[in-house]
Design a protein around this ligand. Sequence first.
Ligand code: A4P
Ligand code: MG
Length: 185
Amino acid sequence: MPAQPRRRTAQRPKTTESPRAVAQETRAWIGLGANLGAREAALRGALAGMAALPGTRVLRVSSLYRSAPLDAGGPDYLNAVAEIATTLPPLALLHALQALEQAAGRERPYRNAPRTLDLDILLYGELQLATDTLTLPHPRLHERAFVLLPLAELAPERVAPEWLAGVAGQVIERWGAVGWGKDAS
Ligand code: A4P
Ligand code: MG
């Protein structure tokens, strides 16, 4: 019987790296608010801070909105929403956002106290979660014009028309662009 030609097995490309799982990016929407100090600068600083988080990109930012504090006291708020893509898991993202709040001088003397910076995770993909430290979607998302209007600019499919109708009585003013990223002058 004639000798069979030896079959060559395909060579794997040589690599010095070990195989690694590629972390999946999740789209998330972050609510930004400030009603103490240099409010616009704090929001711009927070956007830069988020863009510098590991595995995180700031994709889009809504307009700025100005409104009186809802269920709270103090000066008027400036609010906006940022759409991010991140490989950080939800709790790591929350802790990273809280570190940015601290760096902006956030103090928590009492609930809903005026603040130099508030960063809330409004939506983390489609995730639904209810733990002591993190609730997703954000539990008061649907009740607030200062969240729904900027969120509807970026992700109208995530904002039910009846929620918008429910906040139609809340006085809020579109204040302009945040002036961050390509919109910065
Ligand atoms: N927490 C649970 N779920 C989340 C989430 N999805 N994102 C926990 C962020 N945090 C979440 O938050 C208290 C705790 O909520 C955190 O420790 C976290 O484990 P906080 O920021 O420390 O305290 P807070 O600000 O008193 O609570 P929160 O939930 O941020 O307050 P709200 O309900 O957002 O209300 N009026 C206007 N016009 N604009 C505003 O931005 N903001 C508030 C604050 C009231 N009125 C306002 C505005
Ligand atoms: Mg908060």
